[in-house]
Design a protein around this ligand. Structure first.
Ligand code: DGJ
Length: 779
């Protein structure tokens, strides 16, 4: 609910309050963001100013001698007039002046979420979201700044964006226009960001900001695997289930910027928006520029509660279309099974093997078009390679359909190899520096999507591809970062608009294609998680989280994603061992258990697998189908980090009648304490049956210890050893208990004792290195 109280504005969600005030100067003073409060009088929330701080610049000596903007919590700050902190808006006016002075003009409260003209944004099907638009006007120039606030009450989320309008006749250069600014009244917040690189996305990093400034940003032309736009601010010692925590994200897929700055007076400024580095935008007479929408939430109950708000918001107000709540199919992707060595015969036999274990969707990855035998050529030539697929995508997809599976295809529309017909025909269509060496990335260049003709070409070409067979799924890849930002079509004074214009162009292409093909399930991908963000999720409901399919890395990485993104958006596959990225061997059960908490797929050569592994995979897929609604759309919780050696997750159905937990142990330590699992999000009074799926243990896993039970001596790896291993399995531990939700959540359940070199029967839990289990609860 949005209310006006005296000169202030109060934005209430179910459990939070956000407040600001229009000062007598016309500036907006930020008053509060946190736990919901009852405010009958705005005065106590305001700072009291009797004099400006020594050495501070007074905003207006004559009329307001007590005020220095540098020490005021502002909703929006501009360059000049005393606030020397990181600004929200930075402009260069026609006369060269960079000082701005935006003051309150009017406020309007309406209902419903307007669509942006150029960018994706949140939406509200019911039209219930409340909207506050504050218009500020520069007292010296014909420029207006709108600040938009949207209140998503049930999710405890507020979104913000800004829009600059030039209603004068001189052009204005925008050097920066942020989306969100919050000036907190204290220092010492812990900033959590999620950084990484290719194949190691979303590593949680924490830094306490007591002074100075810390910036999280991307400059790769996408939201990047180097630093995701989702960040958190929390009080020190906040844990998964206790403490103050703010979560922030941006609905934007290009260069982003999140800064946390502590002022000389111990106040913390949080800013987020388009990265101002190498950015500027020329706003001509009558034009408007819109900044991306920023998302924020708060919880006093730790990171899990904050994540729950974000998850709900993303599921309900970001992801759209037919696949929003539709259970996602279990797919088999050809990439790690075949890489570029593909043809129809090979893929059909892989698909058949998939069908036998329960795969629902077969995905043809890279290599099916043009001259694409490796990554140096063919990209851009979107006509099927008839040598590999004589009957085209139509023939292949029909055969896959006849097997009883859906068919999907990989594309990378934004890119081109120079060794391609497309590049030979349109050398001017790529983004590259006008002179000198061109620095290549994966042997490819980026098509210049700032150009309308290039956007139109992609829309028509992809329409052709997506109509060329029975295509139910598309994996949309993007494998090259930007470095030399230059469009041959734009004039020199607009070259710093390239990154932003590119993403606006891409959004137009994506929007058009998802509208033309509403039944297709689109999956975003950028070398894995190089563009995992809310902008992409406005069009594509899920994203390939990483090219690293190693279960150990994935467990940590998916934990990272889970802070800001619901599991229905995180695509995860079971792959071969030794793993192709790490050469690590992890148990098949762990590969499944970890991937099952995302949108499950397989990406391995099922044709080469042992019969017993295929039987296990068949059971895994059947189990997943039984539980996928809870796993994909349930509420997700991280277990408390009680040590670095375990990861614990729980997913609970919305009705709280079903839950699944997963526990991974990284390295075995013998003879340690009891492992205790503490599921969360259950109904305290419900009595649940808590059980696991029994895992049979392999004799060979015990090495020469087999001789402790064998009547005859068994030499390791001998024929006899292998024969016993094939036919004899030891029973695994069985968990089967009744416990109330409260008992499970607060006391936790002590799992069966772990193997410690001695004593082995069905009451002993065998976790090898990287061992894991799924535990089920039904009430
Ligand atoms: C990068 C993707 O992340 C992989 O999954 C795969 O599709 C390759 N590109 C194909 O070139």
């Amino acid at each position: 609910m949005i209310t006006k109280l005296d000169t202030g504005y109060l934005l209430h969600t179910k459990n939070t309050t956000y407040a600001f005030d229009v000062m007598e100067t016309g500036h907006l003073e930020h008053l509060y963001y946190g736990k919901k409060i009852y405010v009958q009088n705005i005065e106590p929330l305001k700072e009291k100013h009797a004099f400006p701080p020594g050495n501070g610049i007074c905003y207006d000596d004559k009329n307001y001698p007590k005020l220095a903007l540098e020490d005021i919590r502002l909703e929006m700050s501009g360059m000049g007039h005393g606030d020397i902190r990181e600004p929200f808006v930075e402009l260069i006016y026609g006369d060269g002046n960079t000082s701005v002075d935006f003051l309150f003009e009017k406020a309007e409260i309406t209902k419903g979420k307007d669509e942006f003209a150029t960018l994706p944004g949140s939406y509200d099907e019911k039209g219930e979201v409340e909207h506050l638009c504050i218009t500020l006007i520069d007292r010296n120039y014909p420029v207006k700044l709108e600040l938009h606030y949207y209140v998503y009450e049930d999710c405890d989320v507020i979104t913000r964006s800004s829009r600059l309008i030039n209603y004068g006749s001189e052009s204005v250069q925008i050097k920066r226009l942020m989306s969100n600014q919050i000036d907190f009244d204290r220092a010492g917040y812990v900033l959590t960001s999620f950084t990484g690189a290719w194949a190691r996305e979303m590593k949680r990093q924490q830094v306490k900001i007591s002074s100075g400034m810390h910036v999280v940003s991307s400059f790769t032309g996408n939201s990047s695997n180097r630093a995701n736009p989702f960040v958190m601010l929390s009080k020190e010692h906040t844990t998964e289930n206790a403490g103050d925590c703010f979560g922030f994200n941006l609905i934007y897929s290009s260069n982003h910027f999140e800064a946390v700055q502590v002022s000389a007076y111990g106040k913390t400024r949080f800013l987020s928006g388009i990265n101002p580095r190498n950015f500027s935008y020329l706003l001509e007479e009558g034009e408007a520029f819109e900044a991306p929408e920023a998302v924020m939430t708060y919880s006093p109950n730790g990171f899990n509660a904050m994540s729950k708000n974000m998850h709900r918001f993303v599921r309900e107000h970001i992801v759209r279309g037919q696949w929003k709540y539709k259970e996602r199919p279990v797919l088999l992707n050809s990439w790690e099974a075949c890489y570029f060595k593909i043809n129809e015969r090979k893929l059909l036999s892989l698909a058949k093997a998939g069908k036998e274990v329960g795969i629902e969707l077969f995905v043809l990855d890279d290599g099916w078009f043009g001259d694409r035998d490796n990554d140096t050529k063919g990209l851009g030539d979107w006509d099927v390679n008839k040598k590999k697929f004589p009957k085209g995508l139509k023939g292949l997809s029909e055969k896959i359909k006849a097997l009883g599976m859906d068919f999907g295809v990989w594309v990378e529309p934004e890119m081109v190899n120079t060794d391609s017909n497309l590049y030979r025909e349109h050398p001017d269509w790529t983004i590259e520096a006008p002179v000198g060496l061109h620095s290549e990335g994966r042997h490819q260049r980026i098509l210049d999507l700032t150009r309308k003709d290039v956007q139109d070409f992609l829309i028509e070409k992809m329409t052709e591809v997506f109509s060329s067979g029975e295509i139910s799924y598309v994996k949309w890849d993007m494998n090259r970062d930007f470095t030399d930002y230059y469009s041959k079509e734009l004039p020199p004074d607009r070259q710093q608009e390239v990154a932003h214009r590119y993403i606006v162009g891409l959004y137009r292409v994506m929007k058009e294609l998802v509208t033309r093909f509403p039944h297709i399930l689109f999956e975003g991908c950028a070398s894995g998680g190089d563009r995992f963000d809310l902008g992409i999720l406005c069009y594509f409901p899920q994203i390939w989280a990483s090219d690293d399919t190693d279960a150990v890395c994935r467990a940590k990485m998916q934990t990272g994603y889970s802070y800001g993104y619901p599991m229905s958006t995180v695509s995860a596959h079971v792959s071969a061992v030794p793993n192709h990225q790490t050469l690590r061997t992890t148990p098949l059960s762990t590969r499944f258990n970890v991937a099952a908490f995302g949108v499950l797929g397989y990406e391995c050569n099922l044709k080469d697998m042992k019969k017993e592994d295929l039987e296990v995979i068949e059971e895994q897929i059947a189990l997943y189908k039984q539980w996928r609604k809870t796993l994909q759309f349930g509420d997700f919780y991280r277990g408390e980090d009680w040590d670095d050696n375990h990861t614990e997750w729980t997913c609970v159905s919305p009705e709280q009648t079903k839950a699944v937990s997963m526990m991974v142990q990284y390295l075995v330590e013998p003879n340690t304490r009891y492992v205790c699992l503490k599921p969360q999000g259950l109904n305290g009074d419900t009595v649940y049956r808590f059980y696991n799926i029994e895992q049979k243990c392999k004799i060979k896993d015990f090495g020469s210890l087999v001789n402790m039970i064998s009547p005859v001596y068994v030499k390791q790896d001998s024929l006899l050893h292998n024969a016993i291993d094939k036919f004899v399995k030891l029973p695994g531990e069985v968990e089967n208990e009744l416990a109330s939700g409260d008992m499970l959540m607060y006391c936790g359940i002590k799992l069966k004792q772990g193997f410690a070199g001695t004593g082995l029967d069905e009451n002993v839990r065998i976790y090898q290195d990287f061992g894991s289990r799924l535990y089920f609860m039904e009430g």
